[in-house]
Each structure stands twice: as C-alpha cells, then as structure tokens.
Design a protein around this ligand. Sequence first.
Ligand code: UD1
Ligand code: UDP
Length: 351
Amino acid sequence: MKTIHVVGARPQFVKAAMVSRAFGDQGEEYFLHTGQHYSENMSQLFFVELNLPKPDINLGIGGGSHAEQTSGMLLGIDRYLEQVQPDWVIVYGDTNSTLAGALAAAKREIPIAHVEAGLRSYNRSMPEEINRVISDHLSALLFCPTDQAVGNLKKEGVVEGVHQAGDVMADALFMFTEIAKQKSSILSTLDLKTGGYALVTVHRSGNVDDREKLGQILSGLAQIDMPLIFPMHPRTQKMIAEFGLDVPANLRVIEPVGYLDMLMLEANADCILTDSGGIQKEAYLLGVRCITLREETEWVETVTAGWNCLTGANSSAIKARFDDFHPNIERPQIYGDGHAADKIINILLQN
Ligand code: UD1
Ligand code: UDP
C-alpha cells in the first residue's frame, strides 16, 4: 500500500508521528509537508523529537490569507499526487492543510483517511469547523477519537467508513511522557516547581485577531495570583504587537516550546488556561484542571467529566474560574488505551 501523509501544522506532526510509527514497514509511505508552519520551533523540532521521517516534499506555503494558503497547497499537493499515485491520502485534524489535502485527493479520486474525524464546535465562524466538515464529507475512512465524534457524523448522515479508534494524541502522550521526564530540562531552566505556576496558550484566530477579546484574556490573566508561563504562538505575538497591547507583569512569555518540554510544562502546572484543542485533551489526560478560553469546545467530554470549564474571552470569568474550579474526581479513559494508531493502520490495511 502506498500512502501519503499530508501535514503542515504543529498538532499534525504529533498525530502523524503516531500513525507513521504504527504503519512501520507495512507499505510505502510519503510525507508531504505543506509548510503551513515553518519556524524551527513550530515544525522541524517536532520532526526530530517525535522521530518523524524527514518530509519527502515541503511545499513551503507559509502564512497568508485562507485563500492564498489553501489554493497554494491545493496546487502543490495535486502535483505531488500525480507524481506519487498513492493508494491513500491520510489527513489529520482540521487545519487548512487538512482541507487542501482532502480536496486535492478527492478531485483525483484517491481515497482519503481522516484522522480525528467527526469533531464539531457547531461554530461556523471558526475556520477549522469548515475544514472539518468538508474533510469529513470527502473521506472514505473516518477515524473518530470519541463516541461523541461518531454521533456528530451520524447526525450529518455520515456512517459508512466511520470507526471509533481512540485518540492518536493520547497515544503520543502515553508514549512520550516518560521520555519527556528523562530528556526535558525545562522546569529547572525556568526555575519552576510542580504546582507553582499555571500554563497559558492562546492562538485561536477568533480570540487573538480580535482586539477586544485578546484584551479581555490578557486582563483576566493579569488578575491571576500565580506566575503564568506562556509559550506564545507566533500569531499571538504578532497580534499583541499590532494592537499595541501590554503583556501583564505576572505573565512570563517564552517562545513556543517543543513537544517534550510542553508535556513537562503541562504535567506540572497547577492549571492550564488555553484555547487549543490538543492541549484541552492533554490537560485531561494528565489530570490538570483546564480553563478553556472559548465559548464552546469540540472536546465536550472533558467538560462533562468535570475537568474542563469554558470561560470565553471574559476577564472576570477567567479570574473566577481560576479561583473556584478545582476538580478532584475520576477521569474515565475517554480517549482510548494508547493504541489508536495501531487500530487505524489495521483498518486501513484491510481496505
Ligand atoms: C493553524 C490552524 C489552527 C491550529 C494551529 C496550530 C488553520 C486555519 N489554522 O493556526 O487550526 O490550531 O495552526 O498551531 O489552519 N507563523 C510563524 N511561524 C510558523 C507558523 C506561523 O511565524 O511556523 C505566524 C505567521 O505570521 C502566520 C501566523 O503565525 O501568518 C498564523 O499561522 P497559520 O498557520 O496561518 O495559522 P495558525 O494560527 O498557526
Ligand atoms: N505544543 C507544543 N509546544 C507549544 C504549544 C503546543 O509542543 O509551545 C503542542 C501541544 O502539546 C499539543 C499540540 O502542540 O500536542 C497542540 O497544538 P496547538 O495548540 O498549536 O493546536 P490545536 O491543537 O489547537 O490545533
């Protein structure tokens, strides 16, 4: 079997690393990197840490408007599909790279496997929601991380080729947590003690491209009585500068970190405040309380289980939940047993 993995953004490197490991030498695999993320600490570092094969091709697309990014990717992916003639194209998550990969493959009638299918926020103003819906409806195999995701697809009439495989990001976390403990020195480098800080990440366009919302988030964080570590996404760095906003004094801004350092920062935090999808799940898996700086989430199970709460970009809600949200309850194994990628590859090989 000849497969192309289409990746481009930070969380996709984590997901594809696990699927590629499970694929092993059971066929020919090719990595197409769209170049959506290109800074060393947003891209190459992940390939090294996660032992991902070097991309066979990097389209070097970089930033730009949605149309610029997606159309550039579409052309480049299409040419590569013509050259390689794969049996399957695997796309991951919900970025513009996912959408371009799915669309290019669909137009060439090459079957698509979507890893992390069926997620919905039911908020069409999120670019990711459009990417998810279209990618799901074009895919022949849909690998859902949760029962909720299977149910979401069913509501849209998508039932064929749907499999609940578990979550490949959980696979990665289970595999790399021990390795991170051995290899990462981030806690001593930053002089952090377990439970002595909170971890912040913010990068959703709905939050950071809006001056009022970004201002609300920063002012909520400013009221938190604890040191905050903030590995700041380049989009957020750019928008804070563009809006001329002040970074509160209790916020320690650092450059984005690699996956191993991130796992250590997450695992030892008192609280995680984030608008990231992947990090909400990681907080749950690590048993760290999570405050999600959004109005809704695709990862509803973390909220239902009582470990995640939603504040939106509302400064007083952020402060209030930081003070009063202290879950101390069971965490059911909602993201699988760490073997999602094996299940995905087994199913793919049977098709
Ligand atoms: C993208 C995804 C988002 C995902 C996130 C993961 C879309 C629509 N959005 O958002 O779903 O959660 O990746 O992190 O696909 N930049 C750099 N260096 C980089 C990458 C980005 O400087 O390596 C800067 C550029 O100014 C760029 C901006 O960040 O224009 C935004 O990057 P982009 O890839 O367009 O979107 P993300 O916000 O990263
Ligand atoms: N991540 C990382 N370093 C960082 C921020 C995030 O390694 O500085 C990891 C994080 O642990 C998770 C993934 O990147 O595995 C999530 O990516 P991101 O938040 O950018 O995207 P999302 O999941 O929201 O699409």
